[in-house]
Ligand binder design. Structure first.
Ligand code: NG6
Ligand code: CA
Length: 518
């Protein structure tokens, strides 16, 4: 029972002094043979989007088999409800909200994680692992926004924060530049089509989506929702771009490319311990899956992209089996934030959703401080070590850094990954409780101990009309009992002022550890 906050309150004691900061339980790190580790981070995949999490309208057999042979978590959380802050925290073990520059990054953002910072990849590297990052990045590259040389080497980059190998999209599918970047240089570079990127000015002569709807042969943006600038591959995007030629990606091949590169990395490193981060483009907008998935879900491109994601997971699992290393490979599968149905393109996601509930029983979605924004799918599979099952332990992406350090026997230096705790026993199913509490952020902040969830007041809009998302923002304090009211319908703040006070204090103490103005 997670009643520590309530106990701390009724005893009138300081919660942090009482050890609520999350003292690790014993992890038998020495006993473990170092496994390979793969993080598969889906994009915008909801808590209710896969059949192993209860979806009935769609079947995800590969992820289901991963879950059936691993540990499926019901109370796992990203730190934030959008990609950049979520991934920043996952990689660094540092709360994104301690900095004021971790909002949704443009495609020409400078690298947000600075080279002097430590990432989970550095942890693995220090332990002798080969390290790779493939797929969606969205953490900036190069020194300062807009100063990258897309025709040369982009530096600093993933190599400076622990990744030996990288094959990445700079930001998102809907942001320029629409090219793959391999080891900090554009892959398949086309000498005849030098690349220029701007988030300020259009390039004269380059058609824009807003002026040339006839060129949008693959997807059109939702009116008044943006995504109407550079046109690449028949889809208009955010930001301006010129050039690229044969280096430009084709959206329908993105998943195949990510899977192929992941499989290649696995094959190349089968004889040494490796850490691989795979950020899928699925199921972020623009959703434009390969023709072999189109129409297969009956839910339009959004559902088809879920099937494509599931296929990607299957390819990775198959490669591990073929190399004979499946048993001693830990896979952590999760999503960067919760689901959104219409995120800006006319892809019929809303019209064809039917009875499918991407958010399951939760309230809110991507961009929201309600549970659906940050309670995410989370599966840990490691056949040699983890006993299959379901865990209700409270876990957070913030702890992956320290937990992985625990796994490989590394000790983070003083001042590194300050918000991360070693929760390896929870990740392996030995500890059923997990964290004492978690802190999350969208526009508002929340703190939850798994039973009680407090949402701090926030003056911003309670509802985004275009994505149809309840943001959870309210001028009032909110308190929900998640055990009895997972859908966050009954605000109990007025009824339990002492719990509100205790939760608030917890949040204030966390913020007091360092919180720049924003
Ligand atoms: C928003 C985009 C949305 C998506 C999001 C980032 C508009 C109107 N909306 O600004 O489509 O790209 O940023 O999503 O442009 S995330 O999952 O990568 O954080
Ligand atoms: Ca996302």
């Amino acid at each position: 029972m997670k009643t520590k906050v309530l106990l701390g309150c009724s005893l009138g004691g300081s919660l942090l002094a009482a050890g609520c900061a999350g003292t690790p339980k014993t992890a038998d790190a020495e006993m473990l043979q170092k496994p390979n580790v793969i993080f598969i981070v889906a994009d915008d995949l909801g808590y209710g989007d896969m059949s192993c999490y209860g979806a009935k309208a769609i079947s995800t057999p590969h992820v289901d088999s991963l879950a059936a042979n691993g540990l499926r978590f019901t109370d796992a959380h990203s730190v934030a409800a959008t990609s950049t802050p979520s991934r920043y925290s996952l990689f660094t073990g540092h709360y994104s909200w301690r900095r004021n520059d971790t909002g949704i990054a443009t495609g020409d953002a400078g690298m947000i994680i600075r080279p002097e910072q430590r990432t989970v990849a550095d942890v693995f590297k220090a332990a002798g692992y080969a390290t790779g990052a493939i797929g969606k990045w969205h953490l900036g590259m190069g020194d300062k926004a807009g100063t990258q040389d897309w025709n040369g080497t982009i530096t600093p980059g993933p190599q400076d924060i622990g990744f030996d190998y990288s094959y990445l999209m700079a930001a998102t599918g809907d942001r320029v530049p629409c090219v793959w970047i391999e080891n900090q240089q554009v892959a398949n570079y086309d000498e005849n089509a030098p690349i220029y990127v701007s988030y300020k000015e259009p390039f004269p002569g380059e058609p824009l989506g807003k002026d040339h709807p006839e060129l949008l042969t693959k997807l059109k943006p939702t009116p008044k929702h943006g995504h109407n600038q550079a046109i690449v591959n028949g889809i208009s995007r955010i930001g301006y771009m010129k050039g690229g030629g044969k280096a430009l990606w084709q959206d329908e091949h993105i998943a195949d490319t990510i899977a192929a590169k992941a499989v290649q990395f696995i094959e190349q490193h089968k004889d040494s311990a490796f850490f691989l981060y795979v950020g899928t483009n699925d199921i972020h907008v623009p959703r434009y899956p390969h023709p072999r998935f189109v129409g297969k879900s009956g839910m339009g491109y959004r559902g088809d992209a879920i099937l494509q994601f599931d296929w990607t997971v299957g390819e990775i699992m198959k490669a591990l089996r073929q190399q004979g290393i499946a048993d001693n490979t830990m896979i952590v599968l999760t999503s960067d934030n919760g689901p959104v149905v219409n995120d800006g393109y006319l892809d019929q996601a809303v019209e064809l959703l039917g009875n499918h509930r991407p958010w399951g029983e939760l309230r809110g979605g991507k961009y929201s401080i309600f549970e659906a924004g940050t309670r995410v799918p989370f599966i840990v599979s490691w056949p040699a070590k983890v006993t299959p099952g379901v865990s209700d332990a409270l876990v957070s992406h913030i702890d992956l850094f320290a937990s992985m350090a625990g796994l490989v026997g590394e000790k983070p230096d003083e001042g590194v990954a300050v918000d991360s705790r070693n929760q390896l026993p929870a990740l392996l199913g030995e500890d059923k409780e997990g964290r004492d509490y978690i802190v999350e952020v969208a526009q508002a902040f929340s703190v939850s101990d798994g039973e009680w969830k407090y949402i701090a007041p926030c003056k911003r809009t309670p509802y985004y009309a275009i994505t149809r998302t309840e943001t959870g923002n309210s001028k009032e304090e909110q308190l929900y009992n998640l055990r009895e009211d997972l859908g966050e319908k009954n605000n109990l703040a007025a009824k339990y002022p002492k719990i509100v006070e205790a939760m608030k204090e917890l949040l204030e103490q966390e913020k007091a550890k360092g919180f720049p103005e924003r």
